[in-house]
Design a protein around this ligand. Structure first.
Ligand code: NAG
Ligand code: NAG
Length: 399
């Protein structure tokens, strides 16, 4: 065919395709209305242990997602720099979900890096894309960078709670029915608890055997004239204590009725972004993992550790924020574990692979049925060729 006739026919084809595309859009918007309305896909709830007696959580800390393929990696080897972008963060998330096949995924903040994300919503959809595709239930809290783009913290948590398979919540509901809706007395956005039920068909199939607390540790603040990081406020601690107490009351009956099971409160785990001010004390203590940078905590100590100690059910706390710290250390009987930086656009250390933490709770095997939680383990996976597993440890077990 000679090129004279080629171009007009190609143009014509393009024109036809454009018309077709426009008409389709037009039709779907105005006549097939239902099909363009996106309804949130929900996971099977309640969250529960598997029939093999385990509940495995993947913690993703500090994805620092920007806008995708154009967002460059930070702190990778010079040889890795050229072909490295946010897509490597996406790839890591897909690989680790496939390798570990967790029951639940939690994101502990700085999910997106606001200043590299021209459109916060688009960045969130890209960042959480692999987890929405996985169909696994997931929950997120915010860090100090998420709101640096086009959405504030309330809008971010609202959108995150509406994404497919998300079980994230903006805040607890108000107990007072006259107020209706969200609890107004609590600071921040993204304070909620999720209950995990026993194994299907077991005696505790309809009871909470593990409780997961999510807290908003804020972003930045000025305290006594000095700029510092956010902290968990008294209103949030008040809510925590109340839920923990209610939880104990509710569970005593169901636990009494199933012979041989202790009446202690089921264990709980907590997730938030910014380390508490006691974490630096772990520098001279025995830890599992690496302590490689100064802890960027708040100057304000609002008593989070004392609250957890007095509640008694929180056995381990999972944080992020300091990307090159990935250790677990024990403070007053409670483990505090960093996830270790996950995202390639977040700062890191060249040659020190990006990583993620896995937390696995295991049930006690009774005579005929799975019982309550017996132990809680953790380990990490590196984003290397083999997704190397490191720093396996037991965090808690029934004594
Ligand atoms: C990023 O992804 C590309 C393409 O999948 C891969 O070739 C490269 O090795 C990755 N870089 C790092 C640092 O993981
Ligand atoms: C849990 O609830 C289901 C559905 O209501 C019921 O069939 C089952 O017997 C309950 N199991 C226990 C141990 O209470």
């Amino acid at each position: 065919m000679d090129s004279e006739n080629w171009r007009p026919s190609l143009l014509y084809l393009a024109f036809l395709l454009a018309i077709l595309h426009l008409t389709q859009n037009f039709l779907s918007h105005f006549f097939l209305g239902n099909e363009t309305v996106r309804i949130k896909k929900n996971p099977n709830l309640p969250l529960r242990f598997s029939s093999d007696g385990t509940f495995k959580i993947l913690q993703v800390a500090d994805m620092h997602f920007g806008s995708g393929s154009l967002t460059r990696c930070r702190d990778v080897l010079p040889s890795e720099f050229e072909f490295c972008s946010d897509l490597n963060t996406t790839r890591f998330l897909k690989r680790i979900i496939q390798a570990e096949n967790p029951d639940f995924i939690t994101f502990t903040g700085d999910n997106i890096f606001g200043s590299s994300a021209p459109d916060a919503a688009e960045s969130l959809f890209r960042a959480f894309g692999p987890v929405m595709e996985s169909g696994l239930p997931w929950a997120a809290v915010l860090g100090n960078h998420d709101q640096e783009s086009t959405m504030n913290r309330e809008e971010l948590m609202s959108l995150i709670s509406l994404m497919d398979y998300s079980v994230s919540q903006i805040n607890p509901s108000d107990d007072d029915p006259t107020k209706g809706g969200l609890m107004t007395k609590i600071d921040g956005f993204g304070n909620y608890d999720l209950r995990v039920y026993g194994a299907p068909g077991s005696m505790l199939a309809n009871s909470t055997v593990l409780n997961l607390f999510f807290l908003d540790s804020g972003d930045r603040a000025v305290y006594q004239g000095i700029r510092t990081y956010g902290w968990i406020k008294e209103s949030q601690l008040h809510w925590l204590r109340r839920v923990s107490q209610e939880f104990q009351g509710q569970n005593e009956d169901s636990l009494h009725s199933t012979d041989g099971i202790s009446t202690i409160k089921p264990p709980a785990l907590a997730f938030f972004h910014i380390p508490i001010p006691e974490i630096p004390q772990l520098f001279n203590k025995e830890i599992v993992g690496q302590f490689q940078e100064a802890v960027a905590c708040s100057r304000v100590n609002s008593g989070v550790l004392q609250t957890f100690v007095s509640m008694g059910d929180v056995k381990a706390v999972f944080i992020g924020h300091d990307h090159t710290n990935d250790f677990c250390g024990n403070l007053d009987g409670i483990w505090f574990c960093y996830g270790g930086g996950f995202g390639y656009h977040g700062y890191g250390k060249a040659g020190w692979p990006r990583r993620a933490r896995i937390i696995q709770a295991e049930l006690e095997k009774g005579k005929n049925s799975w019982m309550g939680v017996q132990r809680i383990l953790t380990w990490k996976r590196l984003d290397d060729e083999k997704l190397s597993k490191i720093d396996d440890q037991i965090l808690w077990q029934v004594s």
